[in-house]
Design a protein around this ligand. Structure first.
Ligand code: SF4
Length: 328
């Protein structure tokens, strides 16, 4: 796309998307489609870096993720949507970049250290896991991306990609622009139990859930922990349900709930039901689109094939530049 800056970002296919994902990366991507030349990929090779033992679900998760993306508003007419493993040039560039990446750069990656501690039930002492930032660098710079949309905690990843691109350019000549981090903000959205929304905590609300499931989950949400009875005044500022109202209810409703809660004029059961109704209404168009794509798998395959084709053209062109620069 002439004149537009190019951005690249990916998501690991770990299963159905939840509201945290929707309001996190995905909502920003949907907005960015108007401003940038967007390349969004499903990072199935990255799923292998930590889940290499059991790969049975990866391919199904790829399909589910693409359905979620399209339903939530990613548009194949405006963005290039593809699957990482189908553009083999990522692997070639990963290999070449791994030759020039010093191991201490990877060992000091904060996510590496953190994940080794967090996922102590998995053996992550693999070459692939240590080297995943090199694969990430390949994913980004193969499209000569100007930027990568990230939250604050992912800035160090983009920094490693910049360093790897710089090192390549230093050795072989100026092939890659250094991608910038484009900082994105996301609303605070917690899980049912007020911890970070995550599949592994079993506290997530999925965007594909039906109205009955959504109402049942809303009913389970933890509210202001100090409010034991309906006659106790509540504090919406510490209540997760109120955060959801801010996302799904109109401003008038949010204002009213804020007052009624503080004066104990509304009970939490009623408040949750009202929020659930608005959540269900907001997700309705997404659910409709989901049904459409689920019943048109051939269209889904076409969209992926077209995205792979478009991404492959740029990736192949870059690899020609890389091979020429490296004289191989
Ligand atoms: S009334 Fe609503 S905002 Fe107030 S504590 Fe209960 S659920 Fe939260």
């Amino acid at each position: 796309m002439e004149g537009k800056k190019r951005i690249v970002s990916g998501m690991r296919p770990t299963g159905l998307l939840h509201l945290g994902n929707l309001h996190g990366a995905l909502a920003n991507w949907v907005k960015m489609q108007d401003t940038y030349d967007c390349y969004f990929f499903i990072a199935d090779w990255h799923a292998l870096t930590s889940d290499y033992e059991d790969t049975r679900l990866i391919s199904r998760n790829v399909t589910e993720m693409m359905v979620d993306w399209l339903s939530a508003g990613l548009d194949p007419e405006r963005s290039t949507l593809f699957v990482q493993s189908r553009v083999k040039e990522h692997a070639e560039l990963f290999l070449l970049l791994s030759m020039i990446t010093p191991v201490p750069w990877l060992e000091r990656n904060p996510t590496y250290k953190d994940q080794i501690l967090q996922l102590s039930n998995k053996d992550l002492s693999t070459f692939g896991f240590l080297g995943y930032p090199v694969l990430q660098a390949a994913d980004i710079i193969i499209y000569k991306a100007d930027g990568v949309p990230v939250g604050v905690d992912q800035v160090p990843h983009v920094e490693i990609s910049r360093e790897i691109a710089r090192r390549f350019n230093y050795f072989y000549g100026n092939v890659f622009p250094e991608p910038e981090s484009i900082l994105t903000t996301t609303p605070k959205i917690l899980g049912l139990d007020r911890r970070k929304m995550s599949k592994s905590y079993n506290n997530a609300i999925f965007i594909s859930e039906n109205p009955k499931e959504l109402s049942a989950k809303a009913a389970k949400m933890i509210t202001d922990p100090q409010r034991a009875r309906k006659s106790d005044p509540g504090n919406p500022d510490v209540c997760n349900v109120f955060e959801f109202h801010k996302l799904y209810s109109d401003p008038k409703t949010v204002k009213r709930i804020n007052l009624e809660c503080r004066k104990a004029e509304i009970g939490c059961v009623e408040c949750k039901q009202e929020m659930a109704g608005n959540l269900i209404r907001t997700l309705e168009p997404i659910r409709e689109k989901r049904k459409f794509y689920e019943s048109h798998p051939e269209l889904l395959n076409e969209i992926i094939a077209e995205g792979v084709r478009k991404a492959g053209i740029i990736a192949a062109r870059t690899m020609e530049d890389v091979r020429t620069a490296m004289k191989i």
